[in-house]
Design a protein around this ligand. Sequence first.
Ligand code: FES
Ligand code: FES
Length: 185
Amino acid sequence: MSIEDMPHSGDRPTREISVTVNGEEVTREVEPRLKLSDFLRNECDLQGVRVGCEHGVCGACTVSLDGDTVKSCLLYAVQAEGLAVETVEGLADDGQLHPVQEAFHEEHALQCGFCTSGFVMATKSLLEENPDPDRDEVKEGLADNICRCTGYQNIYRAVDRAADKLDAVETDGGADDTATDGGER
Ligand code: FES
Ligand code: FES
């Protein structure tokens, strides 16, 4: 077979999918082998979905799929057909950061930031299931996410602070009197 006769990408089968991404329906023609992480990054331009290991180990690609926390590198985009995906880009509300994002900012819970969106999504999910986790529960809840450069202590403090913020929202509808100096509590 000459190189001209070899199949090229234009010959590969595709399938139309419609996925609700951060509240907006996205319809695309995709190859069945396209990973959900690559779909979000390249077709939806959501670069907050990070791709680290592509093997389900690092958690950088963590998103919410119909309310379940998933590693988007372990799913094909076609598996999200008809479902709702939320990425870190969907958390801020009209320019106002989500309390988990605020807490990560205030506790300086990042250095390079590569892992941060995955940690934020995992933290949001953890606190939805367990609004007041102790330190061991926080460690267990974030065990699927790897950070290479923070030493984790500020991340754990950010989760504590996020829990306080979300509790304040629950209790009084939004007043947040948590300190913003990033100090150890
Ligand atoms: S890129 Fe998906 S878990 Fe690492
Ligand atoms: S902040 Fe650098 S890998 Fe986590």
